[in-house]
Ligand binder design. Structure first.
Ligand code: 6PG
Length: 240
C-alpha cells in the first residue's frame, strides 16, 4: 500500500505499469490491461500515456462501461480515449471497448467476454487491472448486495445504484484473477470504505472481497482516502 500525494501516486503507478508491461511483453509478447472510469482515470491516465511502453503490444480492455455511445461524456471509453489512447497513439486494433451503445447488453457482454478470452486466455488472465472504488465499496460495476456472476467473465448490469443504471462489467473472478490488481482511492469520501476494506476481517464490500481474493495488489491512496486508517498500517509498500 502506498499513501502519498497525487504526484507520488502517479509516479508509483507509472513505474509499476512500465515494468510489468515490459515483463509481460518479453514473456508473452503482449500486455493485457483493463481500465476504469471515474476519478482514477482522470488522475492517472495522462501520466500513463507518457510512459515508454510498446503500445502496439498492449491490449486495452475496460473493467466496466456505462450503457452510452462511445462519444458520450459518460463513456469510460471516451475518457480513456481522450486522456490516454489518442495522445499515446495506441493502434485501434489494440482497443477492445464494450459496445455499450447497442441495445442488447447481454449480447454485448458475451462478445466482450469472447474478445477477452481471445486476448487473455480461458479463463482470462489480465496482466493488470486498474480499479477505482465507490463510496459504497463498489468496484467496476460490481455493487454491494448485487452479486457478481461466477459463471461468466463479463455481464450486463441493469439496476446499478450509481447512474447510469445500465452498465457492463467484468466479473469478480476476472478482476481478482489479474496478475496485478491496482486499487486506487482518492479523496475523503473514500476514507471509511478503505478503512473497512483494509482493517475489518471478512469485510463484505466488493473492494474488500477483491483485495482478499487477489494474488498481487497495489493499493494507492491519497492522504484523505487513508485518513481513517490506523497509523500502523499506513505507508507500507504492499507490492511483492
Ligand atoms: C465507473 C467506474 C467505477 C468507478 C467508481 C469510483 O464507471 O464510474 O469504473 O467503478 O471507478 O464508481 O468512481 P470515482 O473514482 O469517480 O468516485
Amino acid at each position: 500500500m502506498i499513501v502519498d500525494d497525487l504526484s507520488g501516486l502517479q509516479r508509483r503507478l507509472a513505474a509499476d505499469f512500465e515494468s510489468r508491461a515490459a515483463e509481460a511483453i518479453a514473456a508473452r509478447g503482449r500486455f493485457v490491461v483493463a481500465l476504469p472510469g471515474g476519478s482514477v482515470a482522470r488522475a492517472f491516465f495522462p501520466t500513463l500515456a507518457l510512459k515508454r511502453v510498446d503500445w502496439a503490444r498492449t491490449e486495452f480492455f475496460w473493467i466496466d462501461e456505462r450503457a452510452v455511445p462511445p462519444q458520450d461524456a459518460e463513456s469510460n471509453y471516451a475518457l480513456a480515449s481522450t486522456l490516454w489512447l489518442m495522445p499515446a497513439r495506441v493502434p485501434a486494433s489494440r482497443i477492445h471497448r464494450f459496445h455499450a451503445e447497442l441495445a442488447d447488453l447481454d449480447r454485448v457482454a458475451q462478445v466482450a467476454a469472447d474478445e477477452l478470452v481471445a486476448a487473455a486466455g480461458d479463463p482470462p488472465r489480465l496482466d493488470m487491472a486498474l480499479i477505482g472504488v465507490g463510496e459504497d465499496g463498489h468496484v467496476a460495476s460490481i455493487f454491494p448486495d448485487h452479486g457478481s456472476p461466477a459463471d461468466r467473465y463479463a455481464t450486463a448490469v441493469y439496476d446499478a445504484p450509481k447512474p447510469p443504471h445500465r452498465r457492463l462489467t467484468l466479473t469478480m473472478p476476472v478482476l481478482s484473477g489479474a496478475e496485478r490488481v491496482v486499487v486506487a482511492a482518492l479523496g475523503i469520501s473514500k476514507a471509511d470504505v478503505i478503512r473497512e476494506a483494509l482493517t475489518v476481517v471478512g469485510g463484505t464490500t466488493p473492494v474488500a472481497e477483491l483485495l482478499r481474493a487477489s494474488k498481487s495488489t497495489l493499493v494507492l491512496l491519497d492522504r484523505e482516502a487513508a485518513s481513517q486508517l490506523p497509523l500502523g498500517i499506513t505507508n507500507r509498500d504492499g507490492s511483492p
